[in-house]
Design a protein. Structure first.
Length: 146
């Protein structure tokens, strides 16, 4: 489900013929972060919002919208049906508990921050078929004892 702001920004992106990697080069921020701003999952400073809107050639009225604090978590509370998004759901269904256990063994009782966090998407060429490499890096947050 996308907002009207997102729809306008994506239309401008399509018209401009830009990728999120192109926007990274123009704006000076990571492509995944820029996409999260466009999809209203992150907020931008005035300077960042201005750069994004100008790079897209979009209406300047969208700058203020990109500065608003978003409501995070845009997926419906059901199993996603989009095949790519479903695969991430499936990965967590299959590997979630193993990842949790390994993280606890290495760090202790805690979680990986999704706030102090980066995510990068890389393409690895492979003769058997190109590979998608997703690198998530989040600060470890131990649970407080009291």
């Amino acid at each position: 489900m996308t907002s009207a702001v997102t729809e306008k920004l994506l239309a401008a992106k399509k018209t401009a013929g830009l990728t999120f990697a192109d926007l990274e080069a123009k704006v000076g921020c990571d492509e995944v972060w820029i996409a999260s701003v466009v999809y209203r999952q992150a907020s931008a400073s005035k300077e960042e919002a201005t750069k994004i809107v100008e790079a897209l050639g979009a209406d300047s009225s969208l700058i203020e919208a990109l500065m608003e604090y978003p409501v995070k978590g845009s997926l419906e509370p059901v199993i996603p049906t989009d095949p790519l998004i479903y695969r991430f759901y499936e990965i967590m269904q299959v590997y979630g508990m193993p990842l949790k256990t390994v993280i606890h063994e290495k760090f202790g009782d805690g979680i990986m921050s999704a706030i102090d966090f980066t995510i990068d998407v890389e393409k690895e060429e492979d003769p058997k078929g190109d590979r998608v490499k997703v690198v998530m890096c989040g600060k470890f947050l131990p649970y407080k004892k009291w």
